[in-house]
Design a binder for this molecule. Structure first.
Ligand SMILES: Cc1ncc(C[n+]2csc(CCOP(=O)(O)OP(=O)(O)O)c2C)c(N)n1
Ligand SMILES: [Mg+2]
Length: 319
């Protein structure tokens, strides 16, 4: 049991160390540094991708948002190719043409981030429908935020998936904010999972800072989907410990809020659990050190690669 929890801890530390390295590279020289442009970190939300991706099959299709670095890593995309993509290198996962918000690596079942809020949900329905015809028994997983729950495209996708009993798992990462606006100001009923009943599908509110709870619910939803039972909505309650984007001054936070939410963040919580089970602190510290060393070396190697050739800018575009 401790073994699996240690593996979860490492997987979360890999994401956090990646994101902290990205933050450092992005802020060290905001205009001329290795990473430019808008970057959205998932610090604090690591348990959702780690728990969910652990139970996906390689042929399942995952669709994430611009806050998707952690999902790409949890799907197995190499950190070096992601750093290279962020820094516009030819060796990036998309040849340095996409950047932070457009990671795509279909060979890892990672069918892309998307910067249009809610746009991944209908695309996931398409992947699920295709899976029904190609005999792959693929499940499509659509990840989006609490704010996206109010997008027409997400309502349409959930209804479409429900009506056709499509194998889709809708994973809402409810971090309580849409950009700078609290979800409480945008909806009357803050329990977003309740909406599932209106579509006639199962809906669960999940402790999204607990890897084991996420794994349990995603595994269950995948089983229902593979057996022909159709989609499930999982509302994973989590917190982003960083700003909406790098540079967000977070003036909308309540006094003491970051400190409060920091006490229930997933890495600290799992660490406490492991300590209580008798795992020595030195072993847990080594997990963090290992993840940080891996990411430092991946970033260094990525930055040693040549920049993308501007002549390739129009490759992979279609109209
Ligand atoms: C269709 C569309 N509308 C508005 C935006 C601007 N926008 C970018 S991120 C964002 C907030 C989305 O919040 P949420 O879905 O909760 O995701 P989070 O950023 O919290 O992960 C908005 C409104 C956009 N990118 N696309
Ligand atoms: Mg949100």
């Amino acid at each position: 049991m401790s073994e699996r929890r240690l593996a979860d801890l490492l997987a979360m530390w890999r994401i956090r160390a990646f994101e902290e390295k990205v933050r450092d590279l992005r802020t060290e020289n905001p205009v001329g540094g290795p990473i430019v442009g808008s970057v959205h970190l998932c610090v604090g939300q690591e348990a959702v991708p780690v728990g969910a991706c652990d139970v996906l099959e390689p042929h399942d299709a995952l669709f994430a948002t611009y806050r998707g670095h952690g999902w790409a890593l949890a799907r197995g995309v190499p950190a070096r190719a992601l750093f290279a993509e962020l820094a516009g290198r030819a060796t990036g996962v998309n040849g340095g043409r996409g950047g932070s918000a457009y990671f795509t690596a279909a060979e890892y079942g990672f069918h892309g981030e998307n910067s249009i809020v809610g746009a991944g949900a209908p695309i996931a329905c398409g992947a699920a429908l295709a899976g029904r015809h190609d005999g792959s028994n693929r499940v499509a997983v659509s990840v989006f935020g609490d704010g996206a729950m109010n997008q027409g495209a997400v309502h349409e996708a959930m209804n479409f998936a429900a009506a056709l009993s499509l194998p889709v798992v809708f994973v809402c990462e409810n971090n309580r904010y849409s950009e700078l606006t609290p979800i409480a100001d945008m909806v009357r009923n803050p329990r977003l999972a309740d909406r599932a009943a209106a579509y006639g599908i199962p809906g669960h509110r999940v402790d999204g800072n607990d890897v084991e709870a996420v794994r349990f619910h995603v595994r269950d939803a995948l089983e229902v989907a593979r057996e022909g039972g159709g989609p499930t909505l999982l509302e994973c309650m989590t917190e982003r410990l960083a700003g909406h984007y790098i540079g967000d001054a977070q003036t909308y936070r309540q006094p003491g809020e970051l400190e409060r939410i920091g006490r229930r963040e997933p890495i600290a919580r799992l660490r406490e659990g492991l300590l209580a089970d008798g795992v020595p602190a030195a072993e847990l510290d080594a997990v963090e050190r290992g993840a940080r060393a891996e990411m430092a070396s991946a970033a260094e190697r990525a930055l040693a690669a040549p920049l993308a050739d501007p002549a390739t800018a129009r490759e992979h575009l279609y109209a």
